[in-house]
Design a protein around this ligand. Sequence first.
Ligand SMILES: NC(=O)c1ccc[n+]([C@@H]2O[C@H](COP(=O)([O-])OP(=O)(O)OC[C@H]3O[C@@H](n4cnc5c(N)ncnc54)[C@H](OP(=O)(O)O)[C@@H]3O)[C@@H](O)[C@H]2O)c1
Length: 340
Amino acid sequence: MNKTALTVHQIARPHGFPTADHFAFIESTLPEPAAGSALVENLYWSVDPYHREMMDDVPGGFALDAPLEGRTIGRVIASRTPRLAEGELVFHRQGWRTHAAVTPEEIRRLPRFEGVPLTAYLSTLGGTGLTAYVGLTRIARLQEGEDLFVSAAAGGVGTATGRFARLLGAGRLVGSAGSAAKVGHLTREVGYDAVFNYHDGPAADLLAKAAPDGIDVFVDNVGGEQLAAAVGVLREFGRIVRVGTISQYNTPGTASAIFNYADIVEKSIRMEGFLVSNYRDMQEELYEFAVPHLQSGRLPLDETVLDGFEHIVDAFLGMLRGENTGKIIVRDRTEASSVR
Ligand SMILES: NC(=O)c1ccc[n+]([C@@H]2O[C@H](COP(=O)([O-])OP(=O)(O)OC[C@H]3O[C@@H](n4cnc5c(N)ncnc54)[C@H](OP(=O)(O)O)[C@@H]3O)[C@@H](O)[C@H]2O)c1
């Protein structure tokens, strides 16, 4: 067992794009679990776009010089409660640290499904997959044969949305991503019919070419000019699922997209945003939908896994720069060698 713990703190507020200098790795002795709690050695960490939003001085944001929260999976290594057994795997939200002292109320037990790796609980079966599933089934209320456009299609939510949409019987699947390699991956591997690189020109032109007959649903991870472009090509009774606005997270204060408001009325478009945290009750339904497909091989996992807790800040910054394909996950080195 390691004798010391590492915890990441945010030590300064970024103005624009964050860098490694905004974070510090703090070494300490292992946390002592109080009576009624247990010590967890963390094995997998999720770093997410919302962490960037929390880096600003906003209500509920990260405090400076304090541990950062995040979705994490770890193993109980010492317990002072009969409700948490040594060796048990648990999910908790004390992210960005090698060890955490947790109470039974702070953890969730993960169901184990034959053949499904632990990373899936942070990607397709985790908050990322749940976001995609809620967006398609509850917000868009996707019908068989309907045509979709997904922005940031090569990311965690974007790949899950594309794969789920195919399994739900979607029609034409159009996506956008930030590199030629991602465009290739989405069309060859994920099942998208047409994908454009949004750096290649005005989004309105690129989308009009990729979706010449229009779309029924837009799953929007990005906002900005791609949102305005989608309003233009949506058909009558189209739906816009507002998932995120990553084009603005590093430029707080930027004016939001200007789109044709009259289109919303004349085409009877519905635009609805949501937070996955309000749909936790759909977790079981996601398992029922996705697990059989994961087990049969019809639903591959899209993940970029970085090994070594010391890379957690690099993983986060790389995700903001678009270096990930699928969900970005950080894995402990010992766990990496044990799953090979
Ligand atoms: N509503 C909710 O409850 C909820 C839950 C989870 C996530 N989200 C949102 O969903 C979106 C995707 O999250 P994720 O976890 O799946 O992350 P992700 O898509 O795996 O990673 C972020 C991706 O965003 C793209 N990106 C970065 N800057 C961009 C820009 N200026 N314009 C366009 N694309 C840009 C990058 O890909 P490229 O190489 O393609 O640029 C990058 O890979 C985010 O907006 C996030 O906040 C919302």
